[in-house]
Design a protein around this ligand. Structure first.
Ligand SMILES: [Fe+2]
Ligand SMILES: [Fe+2]
Length: 282
C-alpha cells in the first residue's frame, strides 16, 4: 500500500507530534494509519459500488447549472440541471415567512427541514452521554451548508459564534477537516460516503490538512472529534426526531438575541437574514 508521508504525518498531529514519539509509538501509529486506510479502501471495493474518481467528478462541473459548493437553501440538487439527477426535475420549495423575532428552532422548522442528519446526530450524541455543548455542536454542525457547502465547517462555526461557547464553535469548525482523518482510538474511520462525494482518489486540500494538524494538537481536539464520531450518515428514514427534543439544551447553551436571529447587530446577522430570505434577488 502506498503511504502518503504528508498525510501520515498530518494524521499523527503534524511534524512536532511525530518528533515527540518514540520508535515503538511511531511504528504503532504507522500500522494504525495504514490499517485504517486499508480498511476504508477494502470496504469501498467490496461494497460492490462503483466510486467516481476525482477526474470524473471534475468532468461534470460544466454540465451543472450550479456549483457543488452552493448552499442547500439556494438549489435543488435533484433539479434537471444536475447531470446525476433522476428525471423528476425537482424544484426548490416556496418558503413560509419567518417570524419577526426568529429563533434557532424557527430556522429548524422553516428553513432547515427535514434536517434528519442533524437531529439524529444530536440524538446519538445525547444517547452516547456527551456533554450539552457537544450535543449542541452535533445539532448545529452542518447548518453552514444551508448557506454554503464549500468550507461548511467554517461557515457553520461563524454563524453561531456570537451565540454559543468557544468550544461549540471550535467543534463545528474543525469537524470538517477531521472527517477526512481516521482516529482508531475512538473507532472513527474514513467515511465511505466520501468516496462518492469527493472521489476514490481524493486527497484533502492543504488548508484542510493544516486545520487537521492544528485541531489534532488542540486541547479541545476531542470535542471536534466527537462531532465526527456522532456525524450520522446512515440515518434511519423511519426515525423522526423533532427539534423540541433539544429545546432544553438550546435554551441553556444558545444565547438568542432579543431582536431575533437576522435582526440583531452582530457580524453574522446578515447571514441569518440571507437564510431567512434566500429568494431575495440581491
Ligand atoms: Fe459536516
Ligand atoms: Fe454531518
Amino acid at each position: 500500500m502506498d503511504v502518503n508521508r504528508e498525510e501520515l504525518i498530518a494524521s499523527l498531529g503534524g511534524e512536532a507530534a511525530v518528533k515527540g514519539m518514540d520508535h515503538e509509538a511511531r511504528a504503532d501509529a504507522l500500522e494504525d494509519y495504514m490499517s485504517a486506510k486499508l480498511d476504508a479502501q477494502v470496504a469501498a471495493r467490496t461494497s460492490g459500488k462503483k466510486y467516481p474518481t476525482v477526474a470524473e467528478l471534475e468532468s461534470k462541473v460544466d454540465s451543472r447549472g450550479y456549483r457543488r459548493g452552493a448552499g442547500k437553501l439556494f438549489i435543488h440538487e435533484r433539479s434537471n440541471q444536475n447531470p446525476d439527477a433522476d428525471e423528476s426535475g425537482k424544484r426548490v420549495a416556496r418558503l413560509e415567512p419567518m417570524p419577526e423575532k426568529a429563533t434557532l428552532v424557527d430556522f429548524f422548522k422553516l428553513r432547515f427541514p427535514p434536517a434528519a442528519h442533524l437531529l439524529q446526530s444530536a440524538r446519538l450524541a445525547r444517547k452516547n452521554g456527551l456533554s450539552e455543548e457537544i450535543i449542541l455542536a452535533c445539532l448545529l454542525h452542518d447548518t453552514g451548508q444551508y448557506l454554503c457547502r464549500a468550507d461548511h465547517g467554517y461557515w457553520g462555526a461563524q454563524i453561531v459564534e456570537p451565540y454559543v461557547s468557544e468550544r461549540v464553535t471550535f467543534a463545528i469548525k474543525y469537524h470538517q477537516a477531521l472527517r477526512f482523518y481516521p482516529d482508531r482510538s475512538v473507532n472513527y474511520e474514513y467515511p465511505e460516503g466520501y468516496f462518492t462525494t469527493f472521489g476514490i482518489d481524493y486527497e484533502p486540500l492543504p488548508h484542510v490538512k493544516a486545520a487537521y494538524e492544528y485541531a489534532r494538537n488542540h486541547k479541545w481536539y476531542m470535542d471536534a472529534r466527537m462531532v465526527t464520531t456522532n456525524d450520522l450518515y446512515a440515518f434511519d428514514p423511519n426515525v423522526k426526531v423533532e427539534i423540541e427534543e433539544f429545546t432544553d439544551i438550546i435554551g441553556r447553551n444558545f444565547r438568542h438575541p432579543k431582536e431575533g436571529l437576522g435582526n440583531d447587530n452582530t457580524p453574522v446577522t446578515h447571514m441569518w437574514r440571507t437564510m431567512a430570505i434566500p429568494d431575495a434577488p440581491l
